[in-house]
Design a protein around this ligand. Structure first.
Ligand SMILES: [Zn+2]
Length: 443
């Protein structure tokens, strides 16, 4: 019989909120009480220390912030973070240990800068330690296909976290070359890998993919994980694939799946997650998809109050089959800005395209662009065939296969959306860089 153990994050969170009862799941009420106290402390912290929040929260009483008061607090947007980062800082510059600058993607043209103190980074290392122990055993070796050269980078934080559970992380860096990455798995005698979804897919669809069959688990992070991609990697490597959700704004870590792999168990002592209607800002009930809003409950350097992440997901109702009673996030449906409205009733999203296109067994990656002509929307695709199939998937045959797949899923309907240009071969650097893949609109 399959035994499922409760996520190790449950006891970790219980300990932090002071409600650890060994062998028993943490009661949601104990977590809620902790979160309510931390939410009040967060409001007073940013009001006292951040010029940005002080100007936005002029009328805050000194007592606890009630739930009704909390729900009236303004959201913080990514554009505000780009424009006002120095004014959001709640510690002196001397107390900042790391500043992460994120590539620009907003309207202001300014990059996002996120600040961390040593204590902020320690909380992330602690989360990595307990989150990774979901699928990593003591003595195992983790190969990390994430950036790790700089101190306090994701790779470096994992390298510091794994010895705490008696295992070891070796940082390879991004897996731009899937063949070399597979050789590295073999060479390092890796048991677990951490990587970007499409980079690991390219490994799974490489002629030497069998080198990945020594793995006991794969963790995918930093971009959308479609079911099609997850299945392809699990079949190629013969091991379970776990997904992690997080972003630099949440201190890199956010939530990770348990053994059941049905929703992300959140880092709930450090993060308070709400789901809102992206248009009205109204808080949505469990089970309803909307925009993920995060408040950081323990951050020192740059605490975020009701930060709109742009990610789309719901909070799952009911307890997890693993036994944990705490809130879980999932499934993630990509990002708000990658969900393009082609008319009043229909959207096209990268998440939807991933489910259809990444199911094609010869495909390693693609880039999608929408453009308009006088009849409606056109979907242009730059296709990257996997290394194993590159010579056999070119030209008009590719167009036919893709058109069939898109038609079968009813994505192409009448004149609302048509297939535009299909180009094959490697578009510029689609497999490299930690930047999330996104659905482009041709200006
Ligand atoms: Zn679970």
């Amino acid at each position: 019989m399959l035994t499922v153990t409760i996520t190790p994050l449950d006891a970790w969170i219980a300990e932090q909120v002071g409600a650890l009862r060994p062998g028993q799941p943490l009661a949601p009420a104990a977590l809620e009480q902790w979160q309510d106290e931390r939410k009040s402390a967060l409001v007073h912290q940013v009001r006292a220390k951040s010029p940005f929040y002080r100007s936005r929260l002029p009328r805050v009483s000194s007592g606890p912030c009630t739930r009704d008061q909390w729900e009236l607090l303004p959201f913080t947007t990514a554009d505000e973070l780009r424009r006002h980062a120095p004014d959001m800082l709640c510690v002196s510059q001397g107390d900042v240990s790391r500043v992460t600058t994120l590539p620009t993607s907003g309207t202001s043209g300014q990059p996002k800068r996120i600040f961390f103190t040593e204590a902020d980074l320690e909380r992330t290392v602690d989360f990595f330690h307990h989150g990774m122990s979901t699928f990593t055993k003591p003595g195992q070796r983790v190969l990390v296909f994430m950036p790790g050269e700089l101190p306090d980078s994701i790779g470096d934080l994992l390298r510091r976290a794994m010895p705490r559970m008696g295992s070891e992380a070796v940082v390879h860096g991004l897996a731009g070359d899937p063949g070399a990455a597979l050789e590295a798995i073999h060479g390092a005698r890796a048991d677990v890998i951490v990587g970007l979804p499409v980079q690991v897919l390219a490994m799974a669809r490489h002629p030497r993919a069998a080198l990945g069959q020594r793995l006991s688990a794969v963790l995918l992070s930093a971009d959308h994980v479609s079911q099609a991609l997850r299945t392809a990697v699990e079949q190629a490597f013969g091991c379970p694939v776990y997904a992690h959700w997080g972003m630099t704004e949440t201190g890199y870590g956010g939530g990770v799946e348990c053994g059941v792999r049905h929703g992300y168990h959140l880092r709930s002592a450090d993060l308070f997650v709400e789901i809102i209607d992206p248009v009205s800002g109204r808080i949505l009930p469990e089970g309803v998809q909307g925009e993920v809003v995060v408040s950081t409950l323990t951050a020192q350097a740059m605490p975020l109050l009701r930060y709109r992440t742009g990610d789309l997901a719901s909070l799952l109702p009911g307890p997890c089959p693993c036994g944990c009673l705490l809130p879980r996030l999932g499934p993630l449906q990509g990002r708000l800005r990658d969900q393009i409205h082609i008319d009043d009733h229909r959207t096209v999203s990268m998440a939807e395209l991933d489910e259809i296109l990444l199911e094609l067994p010869w495909l390693a990656n693609y880039r999608a662009t929408l453009r308009r002509d006088d009849r409606g929307w056109l979907l242009d695709l730059e296709i990257v065939a996997s290394q194993a199939s590159r010579s056999s998937h070119t030209g008009s045959a590719v167009r036919q296969v893709i058109e069939t797949a898109l038609n079968a899923s009813s994505l192409l309907e009448q004149d609302g959306l048509r297939l535009g240009r299909i180009t094959t071969g490697a578009p510029t650097n689609p497999l490299s860089g930690p930047v999330k893949r996104s659905l482009q609109i041709e200006p």
